[in-house]
Design a protein around this ligand. Structure first.
Ligand code: GTP
Ligand code: MG
Ligand code: ZN
Length: 304
């Protein structure tokens, strides 16, 4: 029987076949072409399941349209597949309680771009921002919109701005990611009455979320609309890529980089005649994006 994985705990899975849900385990080691890991079953995967005497088992992962993964811990080489077969990746970010850095946002955008997954940036908790922070938010919104990212500012808890979010979810499978405590589950609870995810407070001590959602889980809003709530991410490690590939995943650098004096060989770091550096000096490329590019290209940024 064919179905779609709607929940993954790493040891058991929920697979939806038609209107029914089946709890499944994995038999032996399943490999998927092109993926190093064994048992790479992710939420969103289409799978074949079979009923065995004690349990249902996933016997095969069907070919994927795409997936998104991040390198989880420094240098261990482990990667973590967040979801498969998604139409868009939503990053929920907050300026405070907790703070999401521009570096983290850019790493997420670059990764989604590398996997050719359209990105949506949702700034949540606009209700708690003071006038300076609101000015920052509006500047960031403009700058990300200018490079083609769809950006929203909402207050999930107060149902502000959610009509637009419902619209962009419509007819698609969307991954919802972000740091712990930014309000991913709150957002989904307020998007649909059918979702009732637990939510948790921010730690007063660390100003961080408390990792309330522990497993990725997919919820269907209509027959062809689904959202995937995910556990909070501490840091986002990029999968291996060369600096040349990296600048391809910055849309504002993509075309311009070919006009650098050293053409496709330019790393846009210290080279003379670099069109990217010139654009940064002239403010047509956002300084922060360039700095984050340099950090990622040289491995000197932090991932949080
Ligand atoms: N002021 C304000 N608080 C919010 C808003 N959205 C969520 N919160 C609060 O932020 C806290 C964290 O919300 P969650 O929805 O649990 O966050 P999460 O991103 O799902 O966190 P994890 O599951 O740990 O990854 C809760 O106390 C929410 O009530 C908002 O728009 N404004
Ligand atoms: Mg949550
Ligand atoms: Zn250059």
């Amino acid at each position: 029987m064919k179905g779609i994985v709607t929940k993954s705990t790493g040891s058991w899975y929920v697979v939806r076949c038609g209107e029914k849900n089946f709890e499944c385990r994995i038999r032996g080691k399943i490999r998927l072409a092109g993926i190093k890991e064994t048992n790479p079953v992710a939420v969103g995967d289409y799978v074949e399941i079979e009923a065995e005497s004690h349990a249902n088992v996933i016997t095969e992962i069907l070919p994927r349209k795409n997936h998104i993964l991040r390198q989880s811990v420094k240098k261990t080489g482990h990667s973590n597949i967040l979801a498969a077969n998604i139409d868009q990746a939503l990053l929920v970010a907050t300026i405070q309680h907790p703070r999401t850095s521009l570096g983290f946002i850019d790493r997420f955008l670059v990764s989604a771009e590398a996997f050719r997954i359209p990105q949506v940036l949702i700034f949540n908790k606009q209700d708690i921002l003071d006038s300076n922070q609101l000015a920052t938010l509006s500047e960031w919104q403009k700058k990300y919109a200018a490079i083609g990212v769809t950006v929203f500012s909402v207050s999930a808890l107060n149902d502000v701005g959610l009509t637009e979010i419902r619209q962009i979810l419509n007819g698609k499978i969307s991954l919802v990611a972000g740091h712990s405590g930014v309000g991913k589950s709150t957002l989904l609870n307020h998007i649909s009455d059918s979702i009732q995810q637990p939510t948790g407070d921010i730690s007063a001590f660390s100003e961080k979320g408390t990792h309330t959602t522990t497993f990725a889980e997919m919820f269907w809003l209509t027959e062809n609309t689904a959202v995937i709530d995910t556990p909070g991410i501490k840091e986002w490690g990029l999968v291996d890529m060369t600096p040349q590939e990296l600048s391809d995943y910055f849309p504002e650098m993509r075309d311009l980089r070919l006009t650098c004096k050293f053409g496709a060989r330019c790393l846009h770091l210290h080279e003379p005649g670099c069109a990217i550096k010139k654009a940064v000096e002239e403010n047509s490329i956002w300084q922060s994006r360039y700095e984050n590019y340099v950090g990622m290209a040289t491995g000197s940024d932090n991932r949080k």
